[in-house]
Design a protein around this ligand. Structure first.
Ligand code: MRU
Length: 339
């Protein structure tokens, strides 16, 4: 099952707002329909958003013959959500081939295929690293959803979990629920159950305590943007897990494709953090009209990140390598990295 694809002239997605209750596919035939799906998180997760942005440009190429309406449509796509770099990047890459619909679509499908290949590379590279750092029987905590639903197939951090399970190295996995939209509780538990992997669900705030009580050997999660200085921008709650991991002295590992590494953004301070408004937080629990602040993402400083695993490399510190000597300078043992 692919989370997002181009089928018979339309973008087809699994509607993630309906999971885990039911699997519903949506056929999106216009840019406006796709932008709406992106904004209500029917399609979500940085790599999947990159594919969505690029396929959206194919919709725009077909919908509009004039340069101006096409440019407006591309802008709508690029800005549908601000934080994950993949969305604007995917749309920009495809838009470079306008006005040719065929060329745009081929480029979008190339991005889809690159993300599929990236997932496979991250899975074995990340599993090698976790085995090296933690040994067999590792007990992991993961946050938000980083499985096939967030990419096209397999995922990023969750692909590593799947691979460790296949290798017989996984001792357990805890999914944190990911308030307020519950990507962990609704989507990660569903994907783990589909794969037959035993797991437990915890409220977000239990993470650091479970780490302190030595019930977790490492934290593994994804990213929406990795900045030049190595700061990791990811789902709100990530920073608290990173602080917990540091206090407990356990590895904090981020798994993301190179398409999420953004060397043009100096640090997390330069990233627009999406605020999704009060309704998601206030819900049915708080008195109606309660003001709220609802950052959908946070920034984990590079210094709290043990390692970033991409489809091409494993690194710690800066993503642009400016803190490493030019030759043989990876702080992790490069001999153990097959790339
Ligand atoms: O708001 P979302 O659900 O799009 O946020 C997704 C995340 O924060 C994921 O952790 C990130 O995109 C990595 S997905 C492989």
């Amino acid at each position: 099952m692919r989370t997002i694809d181009w089928i018979d002239g339309a973008v087809v997605i699994v509607d993630q707002t309906r999971l885990p209750a039911e699997i519903v596919y949506l056929r999106l035939e216009t840019v406006e329909e796709l932008v709406d799906a992106i904004q209500r998180l029917a399609v979500r997760g940085a790599p999947a958003l990159g594919v969505a942005g690029a396929l959206g440009v194919a919709l725009a190429a077909r919908q509009h013959s004039g340069a101006e309406p096409r440019a407006r449509a591309v802008h709508l796509l690029q800005t549908a959500r601000p934080t994950a770099v993949n969305l604007a990047r995917g749309a920009r890459r495809a838009a470079a081939l306008l006005p040719s619909f065929d060329a745009v679509l081929q480029e979008a499908l190339r991005i889809r295929d690159e993300e599929i290949a990236s997932s496979a590379a991250m899975a074995w590279r990340g599993a090698d690293l976790v085995e090296r750092l933690c040994g067999p029987g590792v007990r992991l905590l993961t946050h938000c959803n980083t499985g096939g639903l967030a990419t096209v197939v397999d995922g990023t951090a969750l692909a590593v979990v799947f691979e460790l399970y296949r290798r017989g190295s996984l001792g357990g996995v805890i999914a944190s629920e990911t308030r307020p939209l519950l990507q962990g509780a609704r989507l990660t538990t569903w994907e783990l159950a589909q794969a037959g992997i035993p797991h437990r669900l915890a409220v977000d705030s239990a993470g650091p305590f479970l780490m302190a009580r030595a019930e977790v050997d490492a934290v593994i999660l994804g990213a929406d943007r990795i900045c030049a200085n190595g700061d990791v921008v990811n789902k709100i709650g990530t920073y608290a897990h990173a602080l917990g991991a540091r206090a407990a002295g356990i590895p904090f590992i981020c798994v993301a494709p190179e398409s999420t590494v953004d060397l043009s953004t100096a640090s997390g301070a330069d990233v627009e953090i999406e605020d999704r408004g009060a309704a998601e937080v206030v819900g049915a629990a708080a008195p109606a009209g309660t003001p709220a602040v609802n950052p959908a993402f946070d920034v984990t400083p590079a210094g709290l990140v043990t390692a970033v695993v991409t489809d091409e490399r494993v690194f710690s510190g800066r993503a642009d390598g400016a803190d490493r000597p030019a030759v043989g300078g990876d702080r992790l043992d490069p001999a153990a990295d097959p790339a």
